[in-house]
Design a protein around this ligand. Structure first.
Ligand SMILES: Cc1cc2nc3c(=O)[nH]c(=O)nc-3n(C[C@H](O)[C@H](O)[C@H](O)COP(=O)(O)OP(=O)(O)OC[C@H]3O[C@@H](n4cnc5c(N)ncnc54)[C@H](O)[C@@H]3O)c2cc1C
Length: 405
């Protein structure tokens, strides 16, 4: 029921990335009326995909989704044929970038690696009932007086009013910009670390096998001026690994190389090939074996060290990358997004069922997300810094504590 006790509170979510879709599932399960708006024209608009590890937040993720998402979850796994009972499957191999010698194995308890794109598909399938509205770019949010609802205005001139608005619109969040009234403090910042990712279809078992043979989940090389990693991206036919896709990632300091001539496509690949030499296998060979038809993307990673935001009388807040865009180190971004989703829903339930005050509840939720986020974003920057040198790599949290919370 809404605060007036008549009908379910209406929640508008801006952004149909993993955070928005997951929160919509949890809210529906808890009996709220949900609408999601995304600027993209559909799930397939963005070509780029990447693997992400769900680990310490997996039990919370499972508690928020429906039975049907749980059933379909294996479709999103990068390698559903992995032996999850093998303790090695809950680690990642971290090796010397020059020699390939093992430096340490980073513990990732309970890890399931998923394709972002496929998980998005699994989560969106059940919301394909009009809950998601595509091609809606948020431009403005107005809150009516001290206690009125929030009204979203989109670039096509349409509007939508809701009791609560959750900005899950990613690193360059428009909702965040609006909550800070355009002030510089809200702006995402270049991190100084570049990231290239690729998804490679070799159609040749001899080129897939070295990745599987190195480690069942992922091999990361570090301690040189760049960090590289490779792992299985899609394992569709268990009887024929030549059909499997491999993904690789390379991270380096922007200051160490001239900017690439292109952000994707054959020119970007040619540049990566030219500037990536002498690193350890299986990473180095994967770079050489990537062909011009494979998807390669290069970008500078961006961060925002979260600071508490205004919630417009407890009507509007942020979650996921909009609240704390961080670097990929230790795979924490989505873990915090899942935590946000869970905390936000619990907050709304306490307003609805326990008479908690809206403004105080949403402020408490937001302050926690900002504090947790700031710590995680700062930590990810420090880990990146330490990963580029052999001695400091051994002192990373990834080495000492693994990927734990
Ligand atoms: C290479 C890589 C590896 C990663 N690995 C891990 C990992 O192992 N573990 C982990 O926990 N995390 C990982 N992450 C982070 C993780 O992918 C993100 O934290 C996660 O996907 C959550 O994203 P999100 O939904 O908050 O934002 P996004 O995915 O950016 O979604 C935002 C959505 O908002 C929409 N939008 C933006 N602006 C507007 C607007 N004005 N109006 C309407 N819609 C708008 C966009 O179209 C988009 O669909 C990784 C990230 C990368 C890049």
């Amino acid at each position: 029921m809404s605060e007036a006790g008549t009908k379910p509170a209406k929640v508008a979510i801006v952004g149909a990335g993993l955070t928005g879709l997951l929160t919509a599932h949890g809210l529906k399960k808890a009996g709220f009326d949900v609408a999601i708006f995304d600027q993209e024209t559909g799930l397939d608009m963005r070509r780029r995909d990447w693997p992400l590890m769900l680990h310490w937040a997996l039990p919370t993720f499972n508690s928020l989704v429906s039975e049907s998402v749980l059933e379909n979850f294996p479709k999103a796994l990068c390698n559903r044929y992995l032996d999850f009972s093998d303790p090695e499957s809950s680690t990642m191999l971290c090796a010397n970038g020059m020699t390939g010698e093992t430096l340490f194995k980073s513990a990732v308890p309970g890890m399931r690696r998923v394709s972002r794109k496929r998980l998005r598909g699994v989560l969106a399938a059940e919301l394909d009932d009009g809950t998601i509205q595509w091609d809606k770019t948020l431009e403005k949010i107005d809150v009516d007086g001290d206690d009125g609802p929030a009204t979203l205005t989109f670039s096509d001139g349409t509007t939508f009013s809701a009791d609560f608005v959750l900005g899950t619109d990613g690193a360059s969040s428009k909702v965040r910009e609006l909550l800070f009234r355009g002030a510089d403090v809200a702006r995402v910042q270049p991190s100084g670390f570049m990231c290239a990712t690729a998804i490679v279809k070799h159609n040749d078992a001899a080129k897939v096998q070295p990745v599987l043979g190195s480690h069942p989940t992922a091999t990361i090389i570090m301690g040189t001026e760049s960090v590289g990693g490779c792992s299985v991206m899609h394992a569709d036919n268990p009887d024929d690994i030549s059909t499997w896709a491999i993904t690789w990632i390379k991270i380096w300091r922007r200051s160490k190389l001239p900017d690439p001539p292109a952000k994707n496509g054959p020119e970007a690949l040619a540049w990566i090939r030219e500037t990536t030499t002498g690193l350890a296998d299986p990473f180095q060979s994967q770079i050489q074996w990537t062909s011009s038809g494979d998807d390669v993307f290069i970008d500078e990673m961006r961060t925002w060290v979260s600071v508490p935001w205004d919630t417009l009388n407890g009507r509007v807040t942020l979650a996921g990358d909009a609240a704390h865009p961080m670097l990929v180190y230790r795979g924490q971004g989505f873990q915090h997004a899942v935590t946000d989703a869970d905390n936000f829903i619990k907050g709304l339930v306490s307003v609805r069922d326990e008479g908690a005050k809206r403004e105080e509840t949403i402020k408490a939720y937001s302050d926690d997300a900002a504090e947790r986020g700031a710590a995680a974003v700062s930590q990810s920057l420090k880990e990146a810094d330490m990963s580029m040198d052999l001695e400091s790599a051994m002192k990373m949290i990834m080495a000492k504590k693994g990927h734990a919370k």
